[in-house]
Design a protein around this ligand. Structure first.
Ligand SMILES: NC(=O)c1ccc[n+]([C@@H]2O[C@H](COP(=O)([O-])OP(=O)(O)OC[C@H]3O[C@@H](n4cnc5c(N)ncnc54)[C@H](OP(=O)(O)O)[C@@H]3O)[C@@H](O)[C@H]2O)c1
Length: 272
């Protein structure tokens, strides 16, 4: 496995991270989900992202089963704030998340707020205050920011309130490379890519991941619900090399086709 330092944090993260969304779906049973995550840890993946928000189903519960035995082998990042509008609501979700994950501390909590309500969410009494308090108390080490809107992430990073961020980034939805990635590099803010495989809509997974890792990105949190996916993606990380001119051209043509066919959502997902 290859590792990179996540921006101004002290975390040396595997370039392939474990995106918890996929195992939260009902079609993946607990036994299989546990086996998939164990395999990822065995192969060197040390960064796991999840949430107790509704859209993640029972992802955190399944990850918590593995954390009972292997918490010291990985860094945990959790998302809070999609529907938490107050400090108390954010505290409540953080407490619940830790409990479900069978831990008393996570390395990163990712702050999520829509652009419209962002200034309010940052004020005293808003969810950001819960993050600051949790950091002071040693419940979290670092505060990150997450969102699907790249313009929002640019504004959030400019506040200097976040040491790392999660952005959608793949060879089709790649607007982050214009302003966000250079700004993050300038300010040494760690970059975590999500939707690197367009939510499963980009089938040439190894090239798609190499595209992401060959930009100023520290790690890609990839949703994996099968052992074969873990193994293929780890192999891509281990064999990381720059894309050749013909591969870049191939990806550019595929991206053009996907956009033209209207298969790209504004979230960086690609309809299959
Ligand atoms: N913070 C936020 O606001 C936010 C929002 C959304 C997501 N996220 C995080 O970002 C992570 C990544 O996003 P995502 O899971 O939606 O999208 P993604 O990583 O682009 O795609 C995941 C899907 O790709 C497929 N896949 C994985 N490896 C593959 C391989 N080697 N070959 C073929 N297909 C492969 C799997 O599909 P199948 O399951 O069909 O096999 C998997 O469900 C999430 O898991 C979540 O942790 C964060």
């Amino acid at each position: 496995m290859r590792f990179r330092i996540l921006g101004q944090t002290c975390l040396k993260v595997s370039i392939l991270g474990f995106g918890g969304l996929s195992i939260g779906y009902r079609k993946v049973n607990e036994k299989d989900a546990v086996a998939v995550l164990n395999r990822a840890l065995d192969l060197g993946v040390n960064f796991i992202h999840t949430s107790c928000e509704r859209s993640y189903g029972d992802s955190a519960h399944k990850i918590g089963k593995v954390m009972k035995e292997r918490r010291d082998e990985c860094f945990l990042a959790v998302k809070i704030g999609a529907s938490q509008r107050t400090k108390e609501q954010a505290e409540e979700l953080l407490t619940k998340t830790l409990k479900v994950l069978n831990t008393d501390h996570v390395e990163i909590a990712h702050f999520r707020a829509p652009l419209r309500t962002f200034p309010k969410a940052m004020r005293p009494g808003g969810p950001y205050e819960a993050f600051e308090e949790a950091r002071r108390e040693g419940v979290i080490d670092y505060i990150g920011v997450t969102g699907h809107n790249v313009d929002f992430l640019v504004e959030a990073v400019k506040t200097k309130a976040f040491s790392n961020l999660i952005t959608p980034f793949n060879y089709v939805a790649n607007s982050a490379k214009e302003k966000l990635l250079p700004l993050a590099a300038d300010l040494n803010v760690g970059v975590i890519a999500m939707k690197a495989l367009g939510k499963g809509g980009l089938r040439n997974s190894s090239q798609a991941l190499r595209y992401v890792w060959n930009h100023d990105v520290d790690t890609a949190i990839v949703g994996m619900s099968k052992l074969s996916e873990v193994e293929e993606n780890v192999a891509a990380a281990n064999n990381l090399r720059p894309l050749a001119q013909n591969e870049r051209e191939e990806l550019r043509k595929m991206a053009e086709k996907i956009v033209k066919a209207g298969r790209l959502s504004s979230f960086g997902s690609v309809k299959r």
